[in-house]
Design a protein around this ligand. Structure first.
Ligand SMILES: [Fe+2]
Length: 242
């Protein structure tokens, strides 16, 4: 059964995204974050292969960027595990609950992979002699590619199955309430200025304008205008070999 409703929002579609289930909830912020996670893992995989083991200042930039990526991903998973999946589990069928359990299990599989990568980036930033650097780089390449594969699989699963459940079971009001309860309650300005230019980087302008047009979006737009130049310069240095 394929149902659409003329009052439903037009869903955002970004590069790499595999589905955009129709329904009453505007998932644009979710898709912007998924785009940023995919983009970063692709870049990290290329950078780990191409960055010389002894270039410590670039590894230090990569380690910092990994920290930001992992912090945002961890926060994203926490909101889903604490707020979104439990709300759906209460309303769903046995088949829905199996998908939601899989979502949580996949998060549990990804998080340890991220910790291993963070350690690898820090080790290369500190340096450990030529041979040690090359060994560390080879080990990190394996870890980053495992994290990338695992996260790509998970995001595809989430977009095709879990978000379809969100759209079927929740109303826009339910969604707003979950977001209010679990996300962004005490976000500091220092976090906003780090996360906004990161999330927006590489998002097509038309899609960004749609994000900035939503309630609260004008503040994000202002932060983005003030931070994007500095972010882009640092991004270029971080991924100079990628
Ligand atoms: Fe997600």
């Amino acid at each position: 059964m394929s149902t659409t409703n003329s009052t439903w929002p037009r869903q955002l579609r970004l590069p790499g995204q595999v589905a955009a289930a129709e329904g009453p909830i505007d998932m644009r912020m979710m898709y912007v974050m998924h785009h940023a996670f995919r983009r970063d893992l692709d870049l990290f995989a290329a950078a780990v292969r191409a960055t010389p083991g002894a270039d410590r200042s670039t590894w230090a930039l990569l380690a910092d960027r990994w920290e930001l990526f992992a912090e945002v991903l961890h926060e994203h998973h926490t909101v889903e595990d604490a707020g979104i999946w439990p709300a759906l589990t209460r309303l769903g069928t046995a088949a829905d609950v199996a998908v939601l359990d899989a979502m949580e299990a996949e998060h549990g599989e990804i998080d340890p992979l991220l910790d291993g990568c963070a350690t690898g980036f820090r080790r290369l930033a500190q340096g450990s002699g030529q041979r040690g650097d090359e060994d560390a780089r080879a080990a990190l390449a394996v870890r980053v590619s495992a994290a990338r594969e695992s996260l790509r699989r998970h995001l595809a699963h989430e977009e095709t199955e879990a978000i379809a459940i969100v759209q079927r079971l929740l109303t826009a009001e339910d969604w707003a309430r979950i977001e209010e309860e679990h996300a962004g309650t005490d976000v500091r300005l220092s976090q906003v200025v780090r996360i906004v230019p990161w999330a927006a980087y590489g998002v097509p302008r038309e899609a960004l304008d749609r994000v900035f047009a939503q309630p609260g979006g004008r503040g994000f737009r202002l932060v983005w205008l003030l931070t994007r130049g500095r972010f882009a310069r640092r991004h270029a240095r971080t991924f100079r070999y990628a």
